[in-house]
Design a protein around this ligand. Structure first.
Ligand SMILES: N[C@@H](CCC(=O)N[C@@H](CS)C(=O)NCC(=O)O)C(=O)O
Length: 215
């Protein structure tokens, strides 16, 4: 068996891995994990990834990996070409900072389990939980946009002309925000970079709408 990615089409963290694998030109076989079907909490999946979240990556030798940021860095270290992170330490810290705004400050607050808990335990209406979602997207995107402007390192991409993990995190986040109808008009720089990246073949191949489990 080759490399396997446990993925769900609408999962933005799975989307990150699909983009990274495509950019690196690496082969992988999908195993579809339905979040609405609660397959990420099934006994066999929990045995594989006790965190009970997608994505998970299983290498040919059986090594199992979880957490998209860690997995992307692992892929980058084992398959350095093309690089997903710059060599320069300051530039690396900048790219990781942007990734963490999305991966640590936006996504966890708006994850399925958080929204479900708000609706279940705290009886939030769908409109209220959508407002929660939009609030944290707006706050996170404000922080991302302001950081891009303040650092002044952006060009075609967040880091000048080098495509990095920052775009890999940005494109799925923008896609999700749009799916929830969030207003992104206050973040023109981030959206322009994300929309440009989304046109690249590797990003297109990873798009949720064309994954087999989307149908
Ligand atoms: N920090 C983790 C987050 C993974 C994660 O939360 N995945 C979501 C889908 S995007 C999930 O499995 N959610 C299931 C749930 O919330 O119950 C990562 O970057 O891989």
């Amino acid at each position: 068996m080759g490399r396997v990615l446990y993925t769900f089409f609408r999962s933005s963290t799975s989307y990150r891995l699909r983009i990274a694998l495509a950019l690196k030109g690496l082969d992988w076989e999908p195993r579809y994990v339905s979040l609405p079907g609660m397959q990420h909490r099934a006994v066999d999946y929990m045995a594989l990834n006790p965190q009970g979240l997608v994505p998970a990556l299983v290498e040919e030798d059986g090594s199992v990996f979880a957490q998209s940021l860690a997995m992307m860095e692992y892929l980058d270290e084992t398959h350095p070409d093309p690089p997903l992170l710059p060599r320069d330490a300051k530039a690396r810290a900048y790219v990781r900072m942007l990734c963490q705004v999305i991966g640590c400050d936006i996504h966890p607050l708006n994850n399925v389990r958080v929204l479900k808990y708000l609706r279940g335990r705290w009886s939030l209406s769908e409109a209220d939980s959508n407002e929660w979602y939009a609030h944290w997207v707006a706050e996170g995107m404000r922080s991302l946009e302001a950081s891009l402007v303040q650092q002044g390192r952006h060009g075609t991409w967040c880091l000048g002309e080098q495509l990095t993990m920052a775009e890999i995190c940005l494109v799925p986040q923008i896609a999700n925000a749009r799916r929830f109808g969030c207003d992104l008009s206050a973040f023109p720089l981030s959206v322009a970079i994300g929309d440009r990246a989304a046109e690249l073949p590797a990003f297109k191949a990873a798009h949720p709408s064309i994954q087999a489990d989307a149908s």
